[in-house]
Design a protein around this ligand. Structure first.
Ligand code: COS
Length: 382
């Protein structure tokens, strides 16, 4: 649902204040400790962040894609680890349930998801199924009115905190590719689930990814989302919305890095004047600003199309591709403008540079987005 102009402004102002006054001062420590303090998570719950996209009747804010993007742009102005804490509930961890869940499934889980009491994770990737996500090997074998799950999911965000997983598992071993895959809701307390140790990552300390291992985990058949064999399409449609969400995160981070670069260039003096007065510095600022504006226009246009009920396979892929590549370039220029100060840890620029690297990889690499964009363009004839 689209917010009215006043409510939207209020929400965005609240988020900007929360980010600027509460989260920005904490980001270096969160990175150092690799942990977000519990009280900050509680504040995020109180602000309704876990339920941004959950329908109102289950306690969420039911934001449209456009409003979700605007909200996530605000959240992108601080370490993305904070967004990650609630991001799965807003995006890929909940949207399968929101889009394809039965009324009974929604009533059972969505109020807890919206409040943040239940954290959700999206379990698609496996050791041997990354970009080729239709080739998942995790098995869900039918046994009466249960599925028995066996297999390993990899790099699963929030796996250790999650109470509910959306697991893509092969229900039909005869069928190769996505058509033999089903999406199944699995509760964390199901016997037969082990969580691996948190991976050591390049960036986004404070956000954690783990393996999730299923060994004879029995799950009721009624927990399936959509029909048997429809899981790959569920995952792809969830990712369409998720890719817009990631695009928004990239734009928030780019806008923050541009603001930080401008502030630094004004204050830093060389050759007797602020470096902001040098045209080669201005050129980098101009390139970053232009690209961030173009990215935002593409993203919001794509989100509005989705809100109008149009298919956005091409638009979501193009947004994710352009926004994530854009923020990589912006972060690189920010390091360059800061010079030595950008390379050392003090200003947090090198941390942002590391943090944004994953945006070109997760929820589909840039190369996967290129494949989707080219396919859709050829389907449409240009
Ligand atoms: N919405 C609805 N249906 C979709 C869809 C979408 N966005 N994308 C694909 N489908 C459908 C196709 O229409 C096709 O249906 P039919 O079999 O009825 O024709 C089916 O799903 C299979 O699609 P496709 O042929 O495109 O599958 P591929 O195996 O070629 O895979 C890519 C396509 C590579 C695009 C897909 O596997 C992908 O997105 N990989 C990256 C996964 C990813 O993002 N991983 C990150 C994990 S989450 S952090």
């Amino acid at each position: 649902m689209a917010l009215d102009a006043e409510t939207r402004t209020q929400l965005l102002d609240t988020l900007r204040r929360f980010v600027t006054e509460r989260l920005r001062p904490l980001e270096a420590k969160v990175s150092e400790d690799d942990r977000i303090p519990d009280e900050v998570l509680e504040e995020m719950k109180a602000l309704g962040l876990f339920g941004l996209t959950i329908p109102e009747e289950y306690g969420g804010l039911d934001l449209s894609s456009e409003d979700e993007c605007l909200a996530i742009i605000e959240m992108g102005r601080v370490s993305p680890a904070f967004r990650s804490a609630f991001g799965t509930n807003v995006g890929i961890g909940s949207q399968g349930l929101v889009m394809f869940g039965t009324e009974a499934q929604k009533q059972k889980y969505l109020p807890g998801v919206a409040s943040g009491e239940i954290v959700t994770s999206f379990c698609l990737t496996e050791p041997e199924a990354g970009s080729d996500s239709g080739s998942v090997q995790t098995r869900a074998t039918r046994d009466g009115d249960h599925y028995v799950l066996n297999g390993t999911k990899r790099y699963i965000t929030n796996a250790a905190r999650a109470g509910l997983y959306t697991v893509m598992a092969r229900t039909d071993p005869e069928k190769k590719g996505g058509s033999g895959v089903s999406a199944i809701l699995v509760e964390r307390n199901t016997p037969g689930i082990t969580i691996g140790k948190p991976e050591k990552k390049m960036g986004q300390q404070g956000a954690h990814i783990h393996d999730v291992i299923f060994e004879n985990a029995r799950v009721p058949v009624e927990n399936r989302l959509g029909g048997e064999g429809e899981g790959f399409k569920v995952a792809m449609q969830v990712l369409d919305r998720g890719r817009l969400h990631v695009g928004a995160l990239c734009i928030g981070m780019a806008e923050r890095l541009i603001a930080d670069s401008v502030a630094y260039a004004r204050e830093r003096r060389q050759f007797g004047q602020p470096i902001a007065s040098f045209q080669l510095i201005q050129g980098m600022i101009a390139d970053s600003k232009t690209e961030a504006m173009a990215a935002k226009a593409l993203l919001l246009d794509s989100a509005r199309k989705r809100d109008a009920g149009e298919p956005v396979i091409l638009e979501a892929a193009a947004s994710k591709y352009y926004c994530s590549e854009m923020v990589g370039r912006v972060a690189d220029r920010a390091v360059q403008i800061f010079g030595g100060a950008g390379y050392v840890a003090d200003h947090g620029i090198e941390r942002c540079y590391r943090d944004v690297r994953i945006f070109r990889i997760y929820e589909g690499t840039s190369q996967v987005q290129q494949v989707i964009i080219a396919r859709e363009t050829m389907k449409q004839g240009g």
